[in-house]
Design a protein. Structure first.
Ligand code: GRF
Length: 198
């Protein structure tokens, strides 16, 4: 079974959805640990509740961006992690981690990339921009992580309609529901060979 590590900075509802999918047998993978840069992240509590290791690692706790990058790789390798699952992780991934886990780092983004991605496009900013642009459709994207924000190969997308009376909050809630389904489903499709990483 693929051994999973999560990187999360916030609430971790996507982490929870993946933990639940593993628990329920819909995702045949083994969650092992969660790393957060934010000691207050609720995601850390979710990991504890699920009985997996939860770690607070940041530039501050490690001393520098470079040290954090190296310490993360060491920790992931010591725990024989196969896949690194980014779920609302708000920090840039360092070059060492990118190289050590090339093609095995995944992220979720709450828009139909390449639209509404890139620096500054996170959280409510994304949904505000979608509505301001008059888009009729938005959604969620699962992609491989590369050196640039929200780039890297797109693996799967889910569409949701943008309604005339949508606020950024109502749109975010509808997209998030799809995110929860899409992330675990996509990882399982990679495992079963329905989506190829090659
Ligand atoms: C999600 O909208 C995800 O697409 C984005 O950050 C948000 C994280 O939400 N990358 P949660 O912490 O999983 O609830």
């Amino acid at each position: 079974m693929k051994r999973l590590a999560f990187l999360a900075s916030g609430g971790g509802s996507n982490v929870q959805a993946i933990l639940d999918a593993c628990q329920g047998g819909r995702l045949q993978a083994e969650p092992v640990l969660l790393i957060s840069n934010n000691s207050d992240a609720y995601a850390l509590q979710r990991a504890e509740q699920a009985g997996i290791q939860s770690l607070h690692m940041s530039q501050k706790t490690c001393g520098s961006f470079e040290a954090l990058d190296q310490d993360m790789v060491t920790c992931l390798q010591e725990n024989t992690i196969d896949w690194v699952i980014l779920a609302g992780y708000m920090k840039k991934i360092g070059p060492r981690l990118l190289q050590a886990y090339a093609g095995r780092l995944f992220n979720i983004h709450p828009s139909l990339l390449p639209k509404f991605g890139g620096q500054g496009m996170y959280g409510m900013n994304v949904h505000k921009a979608v509505i301001a642009a008059g888009e009729k459709e938005s959604g969620a994207t699962i992609h491989c992580v590369s050196g640039e924000y929200d780039q890297g190969r797109i693996l799967a997308q889910a569409q949701v309609a943008v309604l005339d009376d949508d606020t950024p909050e109502s749109l975010a809630a509808r997209v998030l529901k799809e995110e929860h389904r899409l992330y675990a489903e996509t990882l399982q499709k990679i495992i079963s060979g329905k989506i190829s990483l090659a």
